[in-house]
Design a protein around this ligand. Structure first.
Ligand code: SAM
Length: 482
């Protein structure tokens, strides 16, 4: 099977593949990129994504490196006017119109040579600098931020910690219930993925996911196929409180990791036992857990009453090392800010320029001072190498010139930012080779408060079973000497 774009998206965007369009920091839109096939319903360019930042024909987003910035295009709306009239007529007739204002991508049969026709039309799309977006590869993180919500979902700060604590790793077998909107399923699929083809003897890594809501089950089943994750995530339609966690044909998934995002985890826990909790001598009992390994479990519950009941059930069923964690996530936004002209001169040099001319004159002066300084620090004889001075040298020179070392506290709107004085790290900028300090001060703003309580995470471990046979085998393997 071809590898899921969530696991290996390749270097560039592809036709018919899922891409995540980032309109702004927190506004992400999943789109399947369509090849221009000729005239589409509404746009001569083919499929177009319309946003408040402009229009983006799919054709401008295909075969570009992931992460590319895409400029808005002027699109030929000739046929859109006609289609608008069609939509209006459909509305009048009380029918659902096909075309939506956000995305119009329903192809119409082409009249003529589809490829050539589309090419001509695409050329008509004149670049317009009114806006831009970024085209991102699908990852569990961006999917979580853009997925169609069918339920409450588990977010990245929680699931990254959970996956770490329940020891999900390449080759692991993980049980998850309920699947809900599939946010956790995507993250866990990547965590257990062990490559195609797996090395001989390696376990492939599987997620056994359960969902009892029929519609959600069907939606998620289709989504897993579309995302080519159905080989890793095995989804079952079931009420796990009654039906437990075996496969449909009664086999054990042999899981080592378990995640329960259910309203009443204590109702599901008895099914996760190594022996029948009602009759430990029941020889017909099949445990869904791997008999050779300890099981690592996490339950995810928003209320403390649920936690109490879960912990009580865990204790009775032999789970150990029980503890509870709440993830209090706080976002930091870091950017460079130029406030007028002044900040260009914030490096121990006079900070007040009266106008652009004066600012430029000072900038030139500062640059020449840096060059001089850098040359000196390399030794007088090498001063001819000035041309080769790089950003790091310039900044090193600035530091010495400015005389101040270490971090300097600054203030911003919410009064809790730190402005480091020596921010020579990697900073995204114009990419033109400008020293980062010239692009403004580095500002870090923390969200003033933790916004929401997500859930309480209860962790526990069920040790592996140790039988007489295991003991005998261990004794034979490691005989006591002496
Ligand atoms: N973890 C999911 C995600 O990240 O998208 C969200 C899970 S959602 C909060 C809880 C899901 O559990 C719902 O979809 C619900 O239908 C399902 N559910 C509730 N009780 C269940 C049961 N007894 N068996 C299986 N699924 C159940």
């Amino acid at each position: 099977p071809t590898v899921s774009p969530f696991l290996d998206p390749g270097p560039v965007t592809k036709v018919n593949s899922l891409a995540i369009l980032q309109l702004s920091r927190d506004n992400l839109v999943p789109v399947y990129l369509e090849a221009p096939k000729g005239k589409h319903d509404g746009y001569a360019e083919g499929a177009v994504v319309n946003t408040r930042y402009g229009s983006f024909p799919h054709s401008t987003m295909i075969n570009v490196p992931w992460g590319s910035q895409i400029r808005a295009s002027k699109v030929d709306t000739g046929s859109r006017g006609r289609n608008k009239r069609k939509r209006d007529a459909a509305d009048d007739a009380g029918k659902e119109a096909k075309d939506t204002p956000e995305e119009s991508n329903t192809p119409l049969p082409s009249n003529g040579d589809a490829g050539a026709d589309a090419e001509v039309q695409v050329k008509k799309a004149v670049a317009d600098s009114s806006g831009f977006i970024h085209v991102l590869p699908p990852t569990p993180e961006v999917w979580t931020s853009s997925l169609p919500h069918r339920t409450q979902v588990v977010y990245t700060p929680d699931y990254s910690y959970v996956l770490h604590r329940i020891r999900a790793r390449p080759g692991s077998t993980l049980i998850e219930a309920g699947a809900g909107s599939g946010s956790f399923s995507h993250a866990s699929a990547r965590a257990v993925y062990n490559g195609y083809p797996a090395r001989e003897g390696d376990k492939k890594g599987k997620v056994y996911s359960f969902e009892f809501h029929e519609q959600r089950y069907h939606k998620m089943k289709q989504e897993l196929i579309d995302h080519r994750l159905d080989d890793i995530v095995h989804l079952t339609h079931r009420d796990v409180y009654n039906g437990g966690f075996l496969t449909d044909d009664g086999k054990s998934p042999e899981a080592e990791s378990v995640f329960l995002d259910l309203p009443a985890p204590w109702e599901a826990l008895p099914h996760l036992s190594r022996r029948n909790p009602k009759d430990p001598n029941d020889k017909t009992w099949v445990s869904p857990l791997n008999p050779k390994k300890s099981a690592y479990l996490c339950t995810f519950s928003p209320c403390i009453e649920q936690v109490t009941k879960t912990v009580s059930a865990m204790r009775r069923l032999g789970w150990m090392d029980i503890d509870m964690v709440e993830i209090a996530n706080r976002k930091y936004h870091t950017s460079r800010e130029r406030v007028g002209l002044n900040l260009c001169f914030d490096r121990g040099v006079n900070n007040s320029a009266r106008d652009v001319d004066e600012a430029l004159a000072r900038l030139t002066e500062i640059e020449s001072r840096f060059r001089e300084h850098a040359a000196k620090s390399r030794g007088e004889g090498e001063s001819d190498d000035d041309e080769e001075m790089d950003d790091d040298d310039a900044i090193a020179a600035t530091k010495t010139k400015g005389g101040k070392k270490g971090n300097k506290k600054g203030s911003t709107e919410n009064g809790n930012s730190t402005i480091p004085d020596n921010e020579e790290g990697n900073v995204s900028g114009s990419g033109s080779g400008t020293a980062p300090w010239m692009e403004g001060r580095l500002i870090t703003r923390g969200e003033p408060e933790i916004k929401t309580h997500t859930s309480y995470l209860v962790f526990a471990i069920l040790p592996r079973e140790w039988t007489e046979q295991d003991e005998a085998a261990a004794a034979a393997r490691y005989p006591v000497v002496g």
